[in-house]
Design a protein around this ligand. Structure first.
Ligand code: SDX
Length: 436
């Protein structure tokens, strides 16, 4: 980051001395006011619950321009990556900062492939769950359990350990997600197959059974690969910030990623794809397109507590570029499967059209986000609703570990320790029990 000529001067109406604060430029996007010395100079904190105006770190991985609806991974537009690259190239880009050449891609892909199996002991963690346990509950447990292995390579201060942990996590997440699915389905686990692509291998582990050959459909394989690319990273979102804060204590990297899984589960974040599909199902059950008006009315009624799931975003105040790409993927997959007239897709398109013409949404700059269409694609592929967020977690793992390793690799990083505005009881003495 570069020191700007411009400075910020903080003045107080009570005559306290002014405070000069440095301003820094990044390579693109908003400048930052450096407040690191504010408390020492003024005895005051800044106040920003939800971090609406706070840059918690500097990063070179992902840039979002919310007003333009622009998303760049290491400078490359998501539209180009999603149509000209695959997920392995995207992982290499996010981890190392550059797209690989053909030889580099082959080497990286081979390395990931050789780490897709999990220790045989991992299967015994699943047995403790009810068969109907939510896949994200299972994933939170399984990813946390990975921290009990690999003690030979979890010194986060060792760059080689950071790299092999990243490879293991990227490689094993689809295996664990498929195991969670098979456990729910009461079917035997399917081992990875090294002659399949990353996405093809996931489809095979999900839908193959010991009883017959499962042939990967290339259209579905490409669609899933694109879903992985679109979900790979997204700047300092809630789960990535969780991973950074958790990892800042120097904890085991697998444990830090498990914290990210737990955070992503929430319906305001990665859980929105499951919630969005359930919302579409509910509207469909109540009468479909004819009921959209009534539903929108409920959404606009603050007392209803109903939100249009898959809409709105803290950063995007324009169309989420991933939602557009996801909608195109929807059309490809539904056409391939002969589901072109899928009522839920038609309902989603009608709902989007009505919402984007409604003052309530327009005035609040609420547009479809990545979660609005992703559930329709996944459902068409045969992935159950409860597994959508687990698929999101598998895709986002590369972003989480790239961001964690970027933080740990910065010699200036410190343990994250926010402060507060205290509004509780001031000092008082305990009254003896007999007198209370
Ligand atoms: C992801 O951060 C990331 O980058 C996340 C993510 C990633 O890749 O990591 O992009 C993935 O999590 C996408 C977001 C998925 N969540 C949803 O789709 C859930 C529904 N959306 C909302 O809950 C909401 O839009 C948030 C949480 C996404 C953003 O909320 P903010 O920025 O805190 O905004 P807000 O809640 O203050 O909303 C501003 C106004 C409010 O109304 P007013 O108080 O001004 O009257 O817009 C309203 C909100 O009530 N509003 C919605 C709405 N989202 C916001 N009203 C109806 N439906 C919605 N979806």
């Amino acid at each position: 980051m570069k020191l700007a000529d411009n400075k910020a001067t903080l003045s107080f109406s009570n005559g306290s001395p002014n405070v000069e604060l440095p301003v820094y430029h990044g390579s693109v996007g908003p400048d930052v006011i450096d407040i690191r010395k504010l408390y020492a100079q003024t005895g005051m904190f800044t106040y920003d619950p939800g971090f609406m105006s706070t840059a918690a770190c500097q990063s070179a991985i992902t840039y979002i321009d919310g007003d333009k609806g622009e998303l760049l991974y290491r400078g490359y537009p998501i539209e180009q990556l999603a149509t000209q690259c695959d997920f392995m190239e995207t992982c290499h880009l996010l981890l190392y900062g550059e797209l690989p050449d053909a030889a580099g891609k082959q080497k990286f892909t081979r390395t990931v492939t050789m780490h897709t199996m999990v220790n045989e002991q991992m299967q015994f963690f699943l047995r403790g769950f009810r068969r109907d346990a939510h896949p994200m509950a299972i994933m939170t447990g399984l990813v946390g359990a990975l921290s009990a292995f690999y003690h030979d390579s979890t010194d986060i201060n060792n760059p080689e350990h950071r790299e092999i942990s990243a490879i293991r996590l990227i490689a094993k997440m689809p295996t664990l997600v498929a195991m969670a699915y098979k456990y729910n389905a009461g079917q035997p686990y399917i081992y990875p197959k090294n002659d399949l692509s990353y996405a093809g291998n996931f489809l095979h582990m999900m839908f193959a059974t010991p009883c017959e050959e499962y042939v990967v459909n290339p259209v579905l394989e490409r669609a899933l690969d694109r879903i992985f690319i679109l979900h790979a990273d997204h700047e300092q979102n809630a789960s990535t910030s969780t991973v950074r804060l958790c990892g800042s204590s120097g904890t085991n990297p697998f444990a830090a990623i498990a914290a990210g899984v737990a955070c992503l589960w929430g319906p305001a974040h990665g859980g929105a794809n499951e919630a969005a599909l359930n919302m579409l199902h509910d509207i469909q059950r109540q009468g479909g397109v004819d009921k959209i008006g009534e539903f929108i009315k409920q959404v606009k009624d603050k007392n209803s507590g109903i939100k249009l799931m898959g809409f709105g975003h803290r950063v995007y105040k324009n169309y989420d570029p991933r939602a557009k790409l996801m909608q195109e993927t929807c059309k490809e997959v539904l056409a391939e499967l002969g589901l072109g007239s899928d009522p839920l897709f038609k309902l989603a398109m009608a709902l989007e059209k009505i919402a984007l013409e409604d003052e309530y949404f327009v005035s609040r700059k609420l547009y479809p986000n990545v979660d609005f269409y992703s559930g329709i694609v996944q459902r068409a592929i045969g992935i159950p609703v409860g597994l959508f967020t687990a698929v999101f977690a598998a895709a986002r793992t590369v972003g989480w570990i790239a961001q964690l390793n970027e933080m740990i690799g910065d010699p200036e990083y410190k343990i994250g320790r926010p402060r507060q505005l205290y509004t509780g009881a001031t000092r008082r003495d305990v009254t003896a029990l007999a007198q209370r």
